[in-house]
Design a binder for this molecule. Structure first.
Ligand code: ZN
Length: 70
């Protein structure tokens, strides 16, 4: 019955990945210079950064807004 799913093509997988990447997360961008502050970040744009000071927590940015790792 699900015979057609057996040979899932790369294109179909890419489309699925794209759909997952477009899902909204519950996180908003922590960058003060974000062009769209207060908007939830989609999965593929999510850029989590773990801070250790003053205490350990994770902040989230858009990939484009995150601190540059030089
Ligand atoms: Zn941002």
């Amino acid at each position: 019955m699900a015979e057609s799913n057996k040979n899932q093509t790369a294109a179909e997988r890419a489309r699925l990945k794209e759909a997952l990447g477009a899902q909204l997360t519950d996180h908003i961008c922590a960058s003060p210079s974000c062009p769209s502050p207060g908007e939830r970040i989609v999965m593929k744009e999510l850029f989590p950064v773990v801070t250790h000071a003053p205490r350990r927590r994770t902040v989230f940015y858009h990939k484009a807004c995150g601190p540059k790792l030089v």
